[in-house]
Unconditional design. Structure first.
Length: 182
């Protein structure tokens, strides 16, 4: 299924209102917090939009709030990229594709990183394969956009604050439209 900007907007409006996999916020709140943090850090448009869309696969697949507790990994990061491939360049898609692996990478290279994760993120990491081994980590960090992917990961991890007031989806729509493929 290929998504249009209209489909993305509808997902944010409807599926975005559901609770975000074991966290105390919705999918929409999580995405808007991540994108806001990237915008505040003056990241480029591609990374800002990657932060906005990084968990769109959860919305598309209808991730339930208790899926993690039931041992379900929806592989959202891999499922969404083909759906967005006609709209966005690799600069947007690759950080989305690899943001789960970025968590696994950071758990391998930084012994303190795991303790910073939310309980839900720790549960999902087990389902996603756990901390990387050295060979996997070397492959990950050599990928194009690895540094952008790590930046996305940090915004993703921080974007779980109940009641944080950030701009709405429509604030980012002009940036999203500006970088879509013609």
């Amino acid at each position: 299924m290929k998504l249009s900007v209209q489909h993305i907007t509808e997902l944010f409006e409807h599926a975005g209102a559901h609770l975000y996999g074991g966290e105390a916020i919705t999918h929409r709140q999580h995405a808007l917090q991540a994108v806001w943090m990237a915008e505040q850090a003056n990241e480029d448009d591609a990374l800002v939009i990657a932060c906005l869309l990084h968990d769109l696969g959860h919305m598309l697949s209808g991730q339930g709030n208790d899926d993690l507790a039931r041992g379900i990994n929806d592989r959202h990061e891999q499922k969404i990229v083909p759906c967005l491939s006609e709209l966005f360049s690799e600069e947007v898609l690759e950080p989305i594709r690899w943001h789960v692996d970025a968590k696994r990478y950071l758990c391998h290279v930084d012994p303190l990183y795991y303790a910073t994760l939310s309980e839900a993120s720790k549960m999902s990491m087990v389902l996603q394969g756990g901390a990387m081994k050295e060979a996997e980590a070397q492959v990950f960090i050599a990928r194009p956009y690895a540094q952008k992917t790590l930046a996305l990961r940090y915004y993703d991890d921080a974007a779980k604050v109940p009641d944080l007031i950030v701009p709405e989806f429509t604030h980012y729509l002009p940036r999203l439209l500006a970088i879509t493929k013609a």
